[in-house]
Write a protein that binds this ligand. Structure first.
Ligand code: URA
Ligand code: SF4
Length: 201
């Protein structure tokens, strides 16, 4: 068994947080171990909980369309979530739940070593950029360590708001270019360009 499959098995039996009690199935993630792009959503919804697979409901259908719009298939990318078990009634995941689940996501990233991580929604974005506002930074690539992060709005939010839908479609349309120019993305830790100042000393 691969390390990623081992991890999925571990997640399926996990009871580290209270979300374990309400789940039908845990949703570890789906996709090839050598995927260059990883998508991280929020948490499983009703259909994901039933099937044990991420993004298989309405938001997943939209995600499939977005992938196809840039020539990608589901099988090209790895897809997972910040929490692997469905929050009751699709409520937001709580900080303790995200913290309890975090090591699974960290291990998935370490095993898959994606070149690009697309975060879908604010909980997913907050892992890498806790102080940013999605409305300000969506679609803008930034490097953290070896990985280029591209924050995006959650497709479920975009489904119901025409303006957001257009934004998500535009952000997706920029992905191929970002993928082709990964080495030109600025380091998130690097200071912004400043005009040269004359030293007084
Ligand atoms: N929304 C998510 O954030 N994740 C899923 O897997 C499905 C819907
Ligand atoms: Fe375990 Fe994560 Fe499920 Fe909580 S959400 S029970 S930490 S797999």
């Amino acid at each position: 068994m691969t390390a990623l499959a081992d991890l999925a098995k571990e997640v399926s039996g996990c009871d580290r947080c209270p979300l374990a009690r309400g789940r039908t199935r845990a949703v570890p993630g789906d996709g090839p171990e050598n995927a260059a792009i990883m998508f991280i959503g929020e948490g499983p919804g009703f259909h994901e909980d039933q099937q044990g697979k991420p993004f298989v409901g309405a938001a997943g259908q939209f995600l499939n369309e977005l992938l196809q719009s840039i020539g990608l298939q589901r099988t090209d990318v790895y897809i997972t979530n910040v929490v692997k078990c469905r929050p009751p009634g699709n409520r937001d995941p709580q900080p303790e739940e995200i913290a309890a689940c975090q090591s699974y996501l960290d291990r998935q990233i370490a095993l898959i070593k994606p070149k690009v991580i697309v975060t879908l929604g604010r909980y997913s974005m907050a892992r890498a950029f806790p102080n940013d506002k999605i409305s300000a930074v969506h679609g803008k690539p930034r490097k953290v360590g070896e990985i280029v992060y591209v924050p995006m709005f959650h497709p479920a939010a975009a489904l119901h708001q025409p303006a957001l839908r257009k934004t998500v479609e535009e952000d997706f349309a920029r992905l191929p270019r970002i993928l082709a120019n990964l080495n030109q993305v600025d380091d998130a830790a690097a200071p912004p360009d400043e005009p040269q100042q004359l030293s007084l000393f």
